[in-house]
Design a protein around this ligand. Structure first.
Ligand code: CMP
Length: 226
């Protein structure tokens, strides 16, 4: 792969040209269609993946067959590191939610890269810490908040991570499906639809095509309440 393609990944930001070339030499690309499974939970893991284009959901299936969405990842983010680091099977199922283009690095090459580049190892560890914090917040929400609070926190997180602040008093975000929101906050699609409808009636949220507009004052109110 061309070394220059790696420049845009924050993970490799501190590498010089020679180091970048050695990473590029062991990297491959893979493409997936929407809804393709990239990894199944419990299978053995052999590659690390960095997203160039597209989006994935990290999911677990409950014993009753219900899907729980742990995280969504998009361009520049990585997944598949856990089973390479702890030698355990894949911890979750990863599914492409859009056409997906990933850079893959085999286990032994990934471990060598970590060993030889402390800046990369540090970034992987920092990201694992962020993911742990996020999961702690999720557990707190599930244990202590009602479904309205969990939905409010979902929108706050979405606005913080990927929202675009507009001059008209709204923040725009890409609209997840009601089912995806339900599977993230642990409720039914019908409940999410009803609550979103309520928010729309109060003019706190507008939905247009693939975009949701969240009123900034509503986000401020959510932040104050949670
Ligand atoms: P791995 O276990 O190799 O394969 C599944 C991947 O999903 C895992 O590596 C992580 O990259 C990702 N993953 C699993 N659980 C979580 C989580 N709770 N938060 C974020 N990402 C996760």
């Amino acid at each position: 792969m061309q070394a220059s393609l790696f420049r845009k990944f924050d993970l490799f930001a501190e590498l010089d040209d020679r180091e970048l070339a050695s990473v590029a030499a062991v990297a491959k690309t893979r493409r997936y269609n929407k809804d393709d499974v990239v990894f199944h939970a419990d299978e053995s893991g052999d590659v690390f993946c960095l997203i160039r284009e597209g989006q994935v959901k990290v999911t677990m299936i409950s014993p009753e067959g219900k899907e729980i969405i742990l995280r969504m990842f998009g361009p520049g983010e990585f997944f598949g590191e856990m089973s390479l680091l702890d030698d355990e099977p894949r911890s979750a199922t990863v599914v492409a939610t859009e056409p997906l283009d990933v850079v893959t690095i085999w286990r032994s090459d990934f471990l060598t890269i970590l060993q030889e580049n402390f800046s990369i190892a540090r970034k992987v560890l920092a990201e694992l810490s962020r993911r742990l914090r996020k999961m702690s917040n999720r557990i707190e929400s599930l244990a202590t908040m009602d479904v309205y609070g969990r939905l409010a926190r979902f929108f706050l997180d979405l606005a913080k991570e990927s929202g675009i602040s507009l001059d008209n008093g709204y923040v725009s975000v890409t609209r997840p499906t009601h089912q995806a929101i339900a599977n993230t906050i642990g409720t039914s699609r019908e409940t999410v639809s009803r609550l979103i409808h309520d928010l729309m009636r109060q003019d706190l949220l507008l939905s247009e095509g693939k975009t949701i507009y969240l009123r900034k004052s509503a986000l401020d109110q959510f932040r104050a309440e949670l």
